[in-house]
Design a protein around this ligand. Structure first.
Ligand SMILES: Cc1cc2nc3c(=O)[nH]c(=O)nc-3n(C[C@H](O)[C@H](O)[C@H](O)COP(=O)(O)OP(=O)(O)OC[C@H]3O[C@@H](n4cnc5c(N)ncnc54)[C@H](O)[C@@H]3O)c2cc1C
Length: 281
């Protein structure tokens, strides 16, 4: 913990471990048969390994903040969509966690407009929260997150493998980036335990992780890109105040149609399970 990977050790064309720096400034090296880059969207391991993701355009960024919640006061999980504004409310213990979604690149403008203008945006999109927006005391209470969506064409090089957001940064839509990252890790452990035990992990072994996890990743990213294009973008551009009518009509007419995205988001395709040999009794 509190130790940062600063670069990779390369020897004879393969990655042989990492160089690090501790919070106190001490530097050192760790050698490894395999280095797994699970260091997120701005992965240093990925960059140092020379792996370049393909970027998909994303029209939105997210601004997170909290508002007070009394006891177990309920909130609608359906997003607020109104007059060019879009917001999601997540009830947490003691507070509501709120995401305000708006066009990418708007952060400078939102901060220049100031906190009262931001509170006004929230009053408009979430009128049920209007009585408490004063709890946002300054724009410092509002955290901007630059949303990215990308995918590495190749997840490994000799001696190094990227998984999770390092291999495929996810949008917050659906809230499943963590599920995918954890399942990547389970697949990695499951498929590489044998080769690691035998002391040699080949390029083919590493490629098996990407092959196993590609379909679930592609399907979730495709759903997220469709949601950006068909639901969020028209709302934040003020062209619509909700999802497309045709989509709502189909979902209402064929209830089973709702289960498909719910299954893909909630359970995922090719769900990973820890193998028997990795479980405690
Ligand atoms: C605005 C937003 C909201 C989201 N909301 C949700 C949600 O509600 N539910 C959900 O499932 N997903 C959500 N996601 C997606 C989710 O956050 C990611 O997909 C997920 O966290 C990826 O997990 P990871 O382990 O690959 O990377 P991360 O969770 O980013 O973890 C990477 C770790 O590596 C560490 N690290 C980075 N660089 C170094 C270094 N050089 N040396 C050592 N350590 C390093 C970091 O400190 C971090 O602990 C959201 C994403 C965004 C942008």
């Amino acid at each position: 913990m509190n130790t940062e990977v600063t670069s990779l050790i390369s020897e004879a064309g393969r990655v042989a471990g990492v160089r690090y720096r501790t919070a106190e400034g001490t530097t050192g090296e760790i050698r490894a048969d395999l280095t797994v880059g699970c260091d997120g969207r701005w992965s240093v391991v990925r960059r140092e390994a020379g792996l370049r993701p393909r970027e998909f355009p994303v029209p939105i960024d997210t601004w997170w903040f909290r508002l007070p919640r009394d006891g177990d006061e309920k909130a609608e999980l359906t997003p607020g969509m109104r007059d060019g504004h879009f917001a999601v409310v997540i009830p947490r213990e003691g507070y509501f966690q709120i995401a305000y979604l708006a066009a990418k690149g708007l952060d400078g403008r939102l901060r220049a407009e100031g906190v009262e203008a931001f509170r006004d945006r929230i009053r408009k999109v979430l009128p049920q929260q209007a009585d408490r927006v004063d709890a946002i005391t300054s724009m410092d209470d509002v955290k901007h997150l630059d949303v990215r969506l990308n995918l590495l064409p190749r997840w490994h090089r000799e001696g190094v493998l990227c998984i999770g957001d390092a291999a495929h940064a996810m949008s917050p839509i659906g809230g499943v980036g963590i599920n995918l990252a954890v399942q990547d890790a389970v697949a990695t452990a499951r498929l590489l335990a044998g080769p690691l035990r035998r002391g040699r992990v080949s390029g083919r072994d590493l490629e098996r992780i990407r092959r196993r996890r590609l379909l679930p990743t592609l399907v979730v990213q495709a759903i997220q890109r469709t949601m950006h294009r068909m639901v969020i973008r028209p709302v934040i551009e003020g062209r619509r105040n909700g999802p497309p009518r045709a989509l709502v009509a189909v979902m209402n007419a064929i209830p089973v149609a709702r289960r498909i995205p719910a299954y893909v988001i909630g359970v995922g395709l090719l769900p990973e399970h820890a193998p028997k040999w990795a479980r405690r009794d």
